[in-house]
Design a binder for this molecule. Structure first.
Ligand SMILES: *Cc1c(COP(=O)(O)O)cnc(C)c1O
Ligand SMILES: [Zn+2]
Length: 420
């Protein structure tokens, strides 16, 4: 059962059949999946969603597939929790973390989009899948395509973190390290996609892939008790996730599942690659491409495909954006770990640091609710923090050595050393 009307040009609104295509032939606008919402409204309900699968597929009616899902049965439905320790530190009343650092199977929100993309690729008859990746997509396509028995080609910038390379290569894809940045990789992949009948998840089947990001937004609304927050801080690379969370909230409202959407969307980027936030601050409608220079490699897209749509969503919602330095990213990774016990990657550091700035500057008022989007796992970008977290104490295997090394002149407070 499909609820898809077709692909619709975001610029001139022409319709196309739901095939492996992504640009409008008339105006070169990008294509987006459009649905028959009346039909969806007649079958969907809070109760039906709540009793559905414990994965992204509980929102299947709002995802662009024709038959039953075939990939990613455990992706999504990650924790959303009230972050009271962090809230206390920042002086906030109602602060939440949506934690995709534990998404199945590869510990980032990319597992959502890949589950949808590969299910669609199979429906469209592809046996080979591919992607251009800033890191997390590489791991997720490698893993989920391995499980689905698809051939896989993964293209990454050659300077990626070791954790991302190993986290892809272990699944035995054809991993191609391109000597260039992500924007170079993406350009090359568009050429390859034009030549071979492969499903590039974020190029020729991008309209379907991108819809997977909506599930992150649906879950937030459902887990907050069928409401949307006052604020949400979202990391932006291509700008797709931010755009789709906004779409998700508004679809839920259109279907009567939540009340009016008053959420302000805030973009988080690194200073070394912040074309969307720069456009916001300069009040410009044009996104000027940049050459990325940041430790947040998973967000290092200098020419963001959905940048203008992210800008639109931010403006419509009355939101804003903030960018942060490498040092602020590292400090924020440590802050989240120390307060909430979560080890996020550099992208999460960008989001956490941006949220902190927005709260401290009053853009996000302390008495309003806010969700911080943590989208990836810290074990994959260990080199970012390795030199900033100290070292283990090193001792001989004796009580004497233990006490001498730790108790003698250390910073550990005296009350800890109460004897039995
Ligand atoms: C890809 C990615 C994002 C943002 O992706 P968009 O291209 O803006 O949709 C955010 N966080 C992590 C960890 C990512 O891997
Ligand atoms: Zn068009």
């Amino acid at each position: 059962m499909s609820y898809v009307k077709g692909l619709k040009c975001r610029e001139c609104h022409r319709y196309y059949p739901a095939e492996a295509t992504y640009v409008c032939e008339f105006c070169f606008g990008s294509l987006e999946v459009d649905y028959d919402y009346d039909k969806i409204a007649s079958v969907i309900s809070r109760q039906k969603i709540s009793s559905g699968p414990k994965s992204i597929w509980r929102y299947r009616e709002l995802l662009p597939i024709d038959g039953d899902p075939t990939v990613g049965f455990h992706a999504g439905l990650t924790p959303l929790f009230k972050a009271d320790n962090l809230a206390r530190e920042l002086g906030m009343k109602e602060l939440y973390i949506k934690d995709d650092s534990v998404c199945h199977p590869t510990l980032s929100f990319k597992d959502r989009v890949v589950a949808v993309a590969l299910t669609k690729a199979k429906e469209l008859g592809f046996s080979t899948v591919a992607c251009a990746s800033t890191g997390n997509l590489a791991g997720s396509v490698s893993a989920q395509a391995a499980w689905a028995g698809l051939n896989r080609f993964i293209f990454i910038p050659a300077d990626l973190e070791l954790g991302k390379v190993v986290g892809s290569l272990t699944y035995a894809p054809n991993l191609v390290a391109v000597e260039g940045n992500y924007d170079d990789v993406n350009r090359l992949c568009a050429e390859i996609a034009a030549r071979y009948r492969w499903a590039f998840v974020n190029i020729n089947i991008r309209p379907y892939y991108a819809e997977g990001s909506k599930t992150y937004g649906y879950e937030i609304a459902e887990q907050l008790g069928w409401r949307t927050p006052d604020h949400i801080v979202v990391p932006a690379a291509s700008g797709s996730l931010l755009t789709k969370i906004w779409k998700a909230f508004n679809e839920f409202h259109k279907l009567g599942l939540v009340g009016p959407v008053r959420t302000r969307m805030h973009a988080a980027q690194a200073e070394g690659c912040g074309p969307i936030v720069t456009a916001l601050k300069e009040k410009s409608d044009i996104i000027r491409p940049v050459k990325p220079k940041t430790i947040a490699k998973s967000l290092a897209i200098g020419n963001p495909a959905d940048g203008i749509y992210a800008l639109d969503a931010i403006k419509q919602s009355g939101g804003s954006g903030e960018s942060v330095t490498d040092q602020e990213i590292i400090d924020a990774i440590k802050l989240l770990a120390r307060t909430e016990g979560i080890f996020t990657e550099t992208a999460g550091g960008v989001t956490m640091a941006s949220a902190k700035k927005l709260i401290e500057s009053g853009v996000i008022p302390k008495n309003e609710s806010c969700v911080i989007c943590i989208t990836g796992n810290g074990l994959k970008t260990q080199e970012a923090v390795t030199d900033h977290i100290g070292r283990p104490y090193r001792i001989k295997p004796s009580l004497d050595s233990f006490e001498k090394e730790l108790r003698g002149g250390s910073k550990i407070k005296e009350e800890v050393w109460q004897s039995k």
